[in-house]
Write a protein that binds this ligand. Sequence first.
Ligand code: ADP
Length: 354
Amino acid sequence: MLEIDHLTLAYDDTVVVEDLALTAADGEVLCVLGPSGCGKSTLLRAVAGLEPPVTGTIHLDGRDLAGLRPDQRDVGLMFQEHALFPHRNVAENVAFGPRVHGLDRDAVRQRVAEALSLVGLSGTEFRHVDELSGGERQRVALARAIAPRPRLLMLDEPLGSLDRALQTRLLEDLPRVLSQLGTTVVYVTHDQDEALSLADRIAVMRAGRIEQQDTPAELWRSPRTAFVARFLGLGPVMAVQADADTVTTPWGRVPRAEVSDAGAATGTVETVLLPEALRLATGHQPPGDDELAVTATVVIRRFQGDHLRLGVDTATGQRLQVAAWRGQLPEVGDEVTLAIEVAGIHLLADDPGG
Ligand code: ADP
């Protein structure tokens, strides 16, 4: 439905997006996830028609967008600095798009009611936006982006300016709103939790290029490069020796056929432990045949409500993170046994950017 090919974007002579390819299917929520400054906003601005490409094409429903003005593209864009019209009421703000599209009064009123209902703000039509809380203003901005019913809705860090509690609340609501809407959504964020909880598919972006595009589950299970693994918060990334048949980890040698492999070379290979690979062994559940047993000392103990997050140093010198649940709550300084699942040792492909 959205098809971006060989797209290069630049400010003056500085290239910020380079030979980028990206697709989104009809009705899909695609998250573009990447660190600040990697070119996410510039990419959205190009799709919206606010930045002319140096080279490359953008198609929407098979239609080439080159040469179309922003208002001819059927694309909605909501920025983080969701500048609402001040001194106006909610309805006037949300009605802006449908009015520009030339809908009559009744149709505009219906669109406003629909959009407000979707974001959980029915009945607030006549409240002034200056009197609203930050979270309510964010919802009004979302309703304003939705109201014209764009074919493609693009949201640029829509939760960026909110405090953590409000982010969490809107994050719980957004999947319902987006799925009821049924529109294709491109959602830009630097927050991996946001991307993992909202996206049908995630495109991890780095320095103007897409490094990996996959479903959240697939990304989590099989990050391709060290950059992707680190950005998802997996870790640590460490070097192991791999030949065609055997992988030599700090905790022992294992058959290469039994580990997870993103297409790594042989020799020194960057490796990450997938999150499910590591657990605390207990008397009831000692390390199994498909696990390596590793002795470690607890050095960090963080209370997380229903469990503890432990930082442990292995006897072989790695700092790892592991969760401890009720019934097995070691103290700092305690010695523990870790069970590392061999299938969760993940060999990463070569990292092009280093
Ligand atoms: P992101 O949205 O991922 O944070 P941006 O697309 O905003 O990244 O920016 C990508 C790069 O382009 C950054 O290095 C930024 O400083 C630069 N940049 C952004 N907007 C402009 C502009 N209007 N003029 C010149 N450089 C810009």
